[in-house]
Design a protein around this ligand. Structure first.
Ligand code: PXL
Length: 259
């Protein structure tokens, strides 16, 4: 059994955050572990507040866990504060973790700040150089690269800029409006320093909560099984397609993916 760790925030709706990640890990057939960085209060209509876990408590969770259980892949989601990013980066470095997937969670779909801008800078300086893959959506990719993504050319420049920050592979997820031929499709742009590869799938319209979390969790789980980022990216998109098809609305707000 592969052991896969998610480091991120708690989402009581289970649509995003570590609860969603654990469901994805289970459904793919890897053993899911979790270290909590923040407790959010939210429902399907939005995030009401965010309470960070003290950095020392995050550190204690990480080291206590790995004294005992070997890790085969790790993903990070909402890291909340720059102190927590420092703890997580030191942990990844000291443990020699190679298969690290960084989902640079910044602002929730409903507009709540989940990782502040000082922490985002720390992610760039400390965590991206240690990562195998970084999985920004188009907004996060614009933010990380400082390039406003409006077309295929700016997207390619953003992918190159983000890769130059230190990740082996950049996957910009869910771009869809850059080519007429892409109508009705959602496209992930995979860039490993060679060519920009497009992984396209059906586009599902509507507001879904937790899509970035579910995608990066699936990618991390497949990476722990196969070792190939490109193959894992293809499999993660197929996983998403099924999850969109079985999406549900447990409350009055956004839908969550069926995982
Ligand atoms: O999808 C980003 C995200 C990550 N982690 C937690 C969240 C959210 C979005 O709301 O609540 C805990």
């Amino acid at each position: 059994m592969r052991n896969v760790l998610s480091i991120g925030g708690s989402d009581p709706t289970s649509g995003a955050g570590i609860q969603a990640d654990l469901k994805v890990f289970h459904s793919i057939g890897v053993y899911g572990l979790s270290v909590i960085t923040a407790v959010t209060s939210q429902n399907t209509t939005g995030v009401r507040d965010v309470t960070p876990i003290p950095p020392g408590v995050v550190r204690s969770q990480l080291y206590t866990l790995t004294e005992d259980i070997p890790l085969h892949a790790v993903k990070t989601g909402m890291l909340c504060s720059s102190e927590i990013v420092e703890v997580v980066s030191a942990f990844v470095r000291e443990q020699g973790i190679r298969d690290l997937v960084v989902d640079p969670v910044h602002i929730s779909t409903s507009g709540q700040m989940l990782t502040d801008s000082v922490a985002m800078e720390k992610i760039v300086s400390n965590l991206l150089p240690l990562s195998r893959v970084v999985t920004p959506n188009v907004n996060e990719a614009s933010y990380l690269s400082g390039i406003s993504i409006t077309d295929h050319d700016s997207l390619y420049r953003a992918a190159r800029r983000i890769r130059s920050l230190g990740a082996d592979v950049v996957i910009i997820t869910g771009g869809h409006y850059y080519k007429e031929s892409m109508e009705g499709l959602s496209v992930d742009y995979y860039y490993d320093g060679e060519e920009l590869q497009e992984i396209s799938s059906r586009r599902y319209d509507g507001e879904f909560h937790g899509t970035g979390c579910v995608y990066s969790a699936a990618l991390t789980a497949y990476l722990s099984l196969s070792g190939s980022v490109l193959e894992s990216a293809r499999r993660a998109r197929l996983f998403m397609d099924k999850a969109f098809q079985s999406a549900l609305s447990p409350g009055r707000g956004m839908a969550v993916l069926g995982v």
